[in-house]
Write a protein that binds this ligand. Structure first.
Ligand SMILES: [Zn+2]
Length: 176
């Protein structure tokens, strides 16, 4: 006999994963090797979202959320802020001066060095709560792929319902 799933002590956790792609330039401030040079990546982001109430809560259709909503909100943010932009660490004054000199220019000032780890953290802690917060879902995990072989992962710990502080918007697009 199977156990009644309703009586389980550890109910199933449902989650969705959506893949998002964008291109961006960056350099790693104080990197000891070639990542200190200006260069770019075709980034891939995997974002995992769970119901804000936790567990297996779904809507009347049986969805955690429609996949298209994650795409619309998260890819919308990525397109506006990171796609075809240069990501610069706020302490990297030399790189900031360089990207500000180019016309037209699009750059995004990060509070941390723009490693895949820090980009994943920024998407998880700052962007996702901001753009998904009203949809009844919480981002639990974000992976940022710099190449087909390597990704960094940020995983939400602690209380999923506790919303992190929002950061100021720091994207500059000289054409707008
Ligand atoms: Zn790189």
């Amino acid at each position: 006999m199977f156990d009644n799933p309703e009586s389980s002590d550890e109910p199933t956790q449902l989650a969705l994963v959506r893949q998002l792609k964008f291109c961006a330039g960056h350099r790693l401030y104080r990197h000891e090797s070639k990542c200190a040079f200006f260069h770019g990546h075709n980034y891939r982001v995997d974002i995992e979202v769970v119901p804000a109430a936790g567990g297996r809560e779904v809507d009347v259709v049986g969805r955690v959320i429609d996949f298209s909503m994650i795409k619309r909100r998260m890819l919308g943010w990525l397109d506006a802020n990171w796609d075809h932009a240069f990501l610069v660490f706020e302490e990297d004054a030399n790189a900031l001066a360089a990207v500000q000199m180019v016309e037209p220019t699009k750059y995004f000032v990060m509070p941390w060095n723009p490693t895949a780890e820090n980009m994943a953290r920024y998407l998880l802690e700052v962007v996702a709560p901001n753009v998904l917060g009203d949809l009844g879902v919480v981002a639990r995990r974000v992976a940022v792929w710099e190449t087909d072989e390597a990704c960094a992962v940020a995983i939400r710990g602690g209380d999923l319902a506790a919303a992190p502080q929002l950061a100021e918007a720091v994207c500059v697009d000289s054409r707008s």
